[in-house]
Write a protein of this length. Structure first.
Length: 316
């Protein structure tokens, strides 16, 4: 059988590395459960989960992928650095594949659609396989100009090894298994539910060209990302819980940081989007067989349902 362009020796090595790393982390989490935990282990595990989930949700996603707010170049780097320790590759790769997900949501070209390729592919198969190891720098021109981000993206394994090594040096096997493995495994699966469950399980408030859903349980687990149907309707915002009752912890943190000048120019959904969501009654999603996004029939008023490309906004 002929090798496809993606099936090179290098990419096969990458895929095997991904599989081995993922298996080792899960094995470490099982060992942790067998060892039992002290209160300090649970506290540090939760702390590492929380801060890194914020770096993914508030950093990789809302800042790097969608430019939902502005910040300084130093805080931008800090978000990228902590995000990298989440073991979900670098910020440029993450933002590039995520922007592509929005452009091609739930079509055959989507990188992780449960509608097209099943639950397990959308949950973790796509990140383990070697089909999406590379990204197109033109997708992230606004980020690619920062050399420190390019460095971090290229050597994204280094911060992971530093965190893993520090946990082990401080608390031995318990530090490795509870502090690093359990917190990272929970963090990964929490994040991955947004690609898998959030396109399957929940309520559709908005009429979008994909099968995205709102789910309050996933919103709690991911600090706000579970309002995924809101997000697919209007993506360039610092918040994803559009209404006061939609709990969005990452937004509360971004807002709190704005009070001390760390973040600024937070983007929020316009009134017309909020009014549209209050109407409810979106058209049901129709699975697309081709590679073009479906244009669902508007439920109430004519409008474009195609996602827009995020506007670059520089850090200063
Ligand atoms: Zn997004
Ligand atoms: Zn999505």
């Amino acid at each position: 059988m002929d090798a496809t362009p993606a099936d090179t020796r290098h990419n096969r090595w990458e895929r095997n590395f991904n599989i081995a790393g993922m298996a080792a982390m899960h094995f470490g989490a099982v060992i942790a459960l067998w060892m039992g935990a002290r209160p300090i282990d649970l506290a540090i595990c939760f702390g590492l989960y929380f801060i890194r989930m914020f770096a993914i949700t508030g950093g990789y996603h809302r800042y790097f992928s969608h430019r939902g707010y502005k910040t300084s170049r130093a805080f931008q780097f800090l978000l990228a650095l902590i995000g990298t320790t989440a073991t979900q590759k670098g910020p440029l790769w993450w933002a590039a594949v995520h922007r592509r997900h929005h452009r091609e949501s739930d079509t055959v070209r989507d990188v992780h659609s449960p509608v097209q390729r099943g639950f397990w592919w959308s949950h973790m198969g796509w990140i383990i396989a070697n089909e999406h190891e590379e990204y197109d720098p033109s997708e992230v021109k606004d980020l690619y100009k920062y050399p420190e981000l390019r460095w971090l993206d290229r050597y994204h394994v280094i911060p992971v090894l530093v965190l893993l090594g520090t946990c082990t040096a401080v608390a031995g096997l318990r530090g490795l298994c509870w502090w690093y493995c359990v917190s990272t495994v929970l963090l990964m699966h929490g994040t991955f539910t947004i690609n898998s469950l959030s396109h399957v399980w929940g309520h559709r408030r908005f009429n979008t060209s994909d099968d995205s859903r709102n789910n309050p349980i996933l919103a709690l687990v991911t600090l706000g990302e579970g309002w995924h149907n809101n997000h697919h309707r209007y993506m360039q915002t610092a918040n994803q819980g559009f209404y006061w009752w939609q709990v969005d912890i990452a937004y509360y943190i971004i807002k709190a940081l704005s009070f001390v000048g760390i973040t600024r120019e937070l983007r929020l959904p316009p009134q017309r989007i909020l009014d549209e969501g209050r109407l409810g009654n979106p058209a049901p999603f129709v699975k697309v067989e081709g590679d073009k996004p479906a244009v669902a029939k508007p439920a109430r008023e004519p409008r474009s349902v195609l996602p827009t490309i995020p506007q670059p906004a520089d850090a200063e």
